[in-house]
Design a protein around this ligand. Structure first.
Ligand SMILES: [Zn+2]
Ligand SMILES: [Zn+2]
Length: 367
C-alpha cells in the first residue's frame, strides 16, 4: 500500500478543477478498494466518494472529510489547474489514515465514514454531497486544512479554525440609453452604479461585529463613448465572522443598491453568485481533536483556536444538518508564501502528523 507521501505525490501531479476530479477520484477509489474499504462513487452524479469502515458493533458514526479539487491559475500566460490550497494533501492524509485504520482493525465500535468531496473552491461541493445524502446517519464530522506559516508552524496544530462567512453579490443595473448630447432623455447606468458603490460604502453594522463589504468588479461599456450607457454590472464581496450578521449585511447591501439607483431612475437586480457560511464548530468535536493533537504533537504542539477571514464550504454540513457535531482543525506545515499562491509550498513532514492526528481522534471515539 502506498504511504501518505506517495499518495500526495500522485495526487499533486494530477490537479483537476471542481467537479472534474475524475483521475483524482478514480485513484482514491482504487486505493480504498485495495484496502478492502467498501465505497460508493459518483455521489449525486459528481466525482464525490463516500466510503465506510463498519466495526459491526453498534456505536457512534464519525466522518472524516477531505476535499479533492485544485485551483485554476494562469501561469506564464497559460491557464492550468494547480494544487495551491493543499486539497491534494487533505485527500492523501484522510486516505492514508483510512487505509491504516482498516489494516490495523482499529475500529472496534460504530462506523467510520470517509468523505472525499469535489469542488470546495467553487463553494458547491459540500452541498452536492449533502444533496446526495452522504451524511444522513453521521453524528460527528471532522475536517482539516493546511495552515499558512504565520498562523501555525510545523509541529503545531490548532483544534479549531474559525472561518468567516462570505457572500458574493452581483447587481445588474439598468438605465435608459440616450445620445450623449441629450442625456436628459436617458438614465445613465454608470452614474447609478457609482451611486450604488457609494451607498454600500456608507453602510454600518454594530461596531462590535467583525465584517467587511467592498465592490470588487465594475463593468460598464456601451460600446461607444458618445451615448449614455444603459447597463452596468457591479460585484461586491461581503464577509462576516459569524452567520447572523451576514443575513443583515446582505439585506442592507441589497437595499442600498436598489434604493440608490432608484433615486436616479435606474433599476437594479441583485443576485447571489457564491456564498459560504461561517464556522459552526461543536465543543465536543474540538475537544476530541484537541486530545488527538496532544496525543501526537504533545502539549507544546497544541495552539489555541485560530480566526481566519477565509471561508470553507465544509460548514454547509453543520449549517444544513444542525444535529451534526462538526470539528475543523488546522495543521501547521510551514506553508509559504500563502494559500492560493501559485508557488505555494509546505513541509511535507506534516503529512504523517496529519495522518496520526486523524487516527488518534478516530481511535478515541471508535477504538
Ligand atoms: Zn482554497
Ligand atoms: Zn482549501
Amino acid at each position: 500500500m502506498p504511504n501518505v507521501q506517495e499518495h500526495y505525490h500522485f495526487l499533486h501531479d494530477i490537479p483537476e478543477l471542481g467537479f472534474q476530479e475524475f483521475k483524482t477520484s478514480a485513484y482514491i477509489a482504487s486505493q480504498l478498494a485495495q484496502a478492502g474499504i467498501p465505497l460508493t462513487q459518483g455521489v449525486n452524479n459528481t466525482t464525490g466518494i463516500v466510503a465506510e469502515i463498519d466495526s459491526g458493533v453498534p456505536g457512534p458514526v464519525l466522518a472524516l472529510r477531505a476535499d479533492m479539487d485544485a485551483l485554476g491559475h494562469v501561469i506564464d500566460g497559460v491557464a492550468c489547474a494547480r494544487h495551491t490550497c493543499g486539497h491534494d494533501a487533505h485527500s492523501a492524509v484522510v486516505l492514508s489514515a483510512a487505509q491504516q485504520l482498516m489494516q490495523e482493525g482499529a475500529i472496534k465500535k460504530g462506523r467510520l465514514k470517509l468523505l472525499f468531496q469535489p469542488a470546495e473552491e467553487l463553494g458547491t461541493g459540500a452541498l452536492a454531497m449533502l444533496e446526495g445524502g452522504a451524511l444522513a446517519d453521521v453524528e460527528m464530522i471532522l475536517g482539516f486544512h493546511l495552515r499558512p506559516q504565520e498562523e501555525c508552524r510545523l509541529g503545531q496544530a490548532t483544534p479549531a479554525v474559525l472561518y468567516s462567512a462570505c457572500s458574493t453579490l452581483e447587481a445588474t443595473i439598468k438605465g435608459v440609453p440616450a445620445h450623449a448630447a441629450r442625456p436628459h432623455q436617458g438614465v445613465n447606468a454608470l452614474d447609478a452604479a457609482v451611486q450604488a458603490v457609494q451607498a454600500v460604502n456608507a453602510l454600518h453594522l454594530a461596531p462590535g461585529l467583525s465584517w467587511s463589504v467592498k465592490a470588487t468588479r465594475f463593468l460598464c461599456d456601451a460600446g461607444v463613448t458618445n451615448s449614455v450607457p444603459d447597463e452596468a454590472r457591479v460585484v461586491w464581496d461581503l464577509r462576516s465572522q459569524e452567520n447572523a450578521p451576514m443575513a443583515t449585511l446582505k439585506q442592507k447591501v441589497t437595499q442600498a443598491i436598489q434604493h440608490s439607483v432608484a433615486a436616479l431612475g435606474a433599476h437594479a437586480e441583485v443576485v447571489v453568485l457564491k456564498e459560504m457560511p461561517a464556522a459552526d464548530i461543536h465543543e465536543d468535536a474540538t475537544a476530541l481533536i484537541r486530545a488527538a493533537i496532544v496525543d501526537v504533537l504533545g502539549e507544546e504542539g497544541l495552539l489555541s483556536a485560530r480566526t481566519t477571514p477565509g471561508s470553507e464550504d465544509f460548514f454547509f454540513y453543520p449549517v444544513q444538518l444542525p444535529q451534526l457535531k462538526a470539528g475543523f482543525w488546522g495543521l501547521g506545515c510551514d506553508l509559504l508564501p500563502g494559500l492560493h499562491h501559485p508557488d505555494m509550498r509546505f513541509d511535507r513532514r506534516a503529512l504523517e502528523q496529519g495522518v496520526h492526528i486523524f487516527k488518534a481522534a478516530v481511535v478515541r471515539m471508535l477504538g
